[in-house]
Design a protein around this ligand. Sequence first.
Ligand code: NDP
Length: 344
Amino acid sequence: AENTPPAVDIVDLSLEEVRALALSVLRKAGLTETQAAPVAETITLCERDGRASHGLLRLPGCVMTIESANFNLQAEPEVSEPSAAVVRVDAGFGYSLPAFERGLPLLEEKAKALGVAVLAINNCFHFSALWPEVETLARRGLAALAMTPSHAWVAPFGGIKPVLGTNPLAFGWPRADKNPYVFDFATSAMARSDIAMAGTKGETLPEGCGLNEQGNPSTVPAEVLAGAMTTFGGHKGTALSTMIELLAGPLIGDMTSRDSMEFDAGEKAAPCHGELIVAFDPALLGGDDPALNEARAEALFAAFTDQGARLPSQQRYGTRARTQNTGVSIPRALYDRITELGGE
Ligand code: NDP
C-alpha cells in the first residue's frame, strides 16, 4: 500500500465530449458558429495530441477575450486576393482560426498553381498553437511556414525591456504515407504559459529564461512575468523573433507585439494582430525528379532516427494514436472551472 500512487483527481473525456464542452462554453460566451466551431476544433486537437497547454485550459482566457472591448462578436472573416500569389483574410477582430479556415482553400489553390503562395491574416485574436495549420497544409502536399507575433513580453538579447512577443514559428513538410515533419515552438526561451505553470507549482525556472524588473537574470517565475522573458539562442533567437514581428506585422499591414499590447490597454485579452502563412508546392519547385527529392528528404530524417534522435511532433503523433480511442483525462479542477463557465 505504501507504493500506491496518490489518487489523481481527474475526469475522463472522449474527444467528442471535449469538443462539446468547448463549444458550449464558447457559444455561451456569445460566439457565433463561424467563430466557435474552429476554435473548439483546435482546442480538441490539442487535447487529442497531449498539448494540454493549448487545450481546454485555454477556455477561461477565450471567454475573457470574447468579453473584451476590442473583440467583435459579429466578426465574419473576409477573403480577398490582392495578387495572384496572395490571399488576405481580414479576421475582423474575431479569432484567427476561422480566418485560416476561410483562406485555406484559396491558399492551397494558389500554391499549387504558382509554386508558392502567401496567406496574410489581419486583425485576428490569437491564442492557438500553429502546428494544426502547417500540418493541415503538409497533409495537402505543401511545405508550409506559419508565424505570428503576440504581446511585448520578451527583451531583446543585450537589452532588459520587453519589446518582442513570444512569437511562435511552425514548419510543416509533407511525407508520403507518413505523418508530416512538423515543428512548432515559441521563440522565447520558455513559453509564457509554462512559466506561469511553474509559478503555480512553486517551481523555479531553468537559468536563462528571463530577467527581473531590475534587468537581472532571474529564475523566479513571478519576477520574470513582471520583468522580461528572454529569447532562446541569445542574439540568434532575438533576430528570428524580430523577423516574425516584421513579416507577420508591418509586412502584411498589421501590428507588432508592442502595438498589440497597447491595443489591449490592460484588458488581458489574447493578443490581437496578424499572422503570416507561406505555402510551397514541392511538385512545382522540385524540378523533374520528385522521387529523388523525396528520397533525399527521407534520408535526412532517417539519419536522425537511425541514431536514436527523435523528430519533432513524434511525441504528439504517438499521443494521438492512443487518445483517438481512449479519449483524454483532464484535472477535475479544470473540468469544474469549465462547467462553471457553462460547459456541458
Ligand atoms: P516545445 O518546446 O514544447 O516544442 C517545440 C517543438 O519541438 C515541438 O514540435 C516538439 O515536438 C519538438 N520537440 C520537443 N522536444 C524535442 C526533442 N527532444 N527532439 C525533437 N523535437 C522535440 O514548444 P514551446 O513550448 O516553445 O511552444 C508550445 C506551443 O505554444 C506551440 O504550439 C506554439 O505555437 C504555442 N505558442 C503560441 C503563441 C501564440 O501567440 N499563439 C505564442 C507562443 C507559443 P513534440 O510536440 O512531438 O514534443
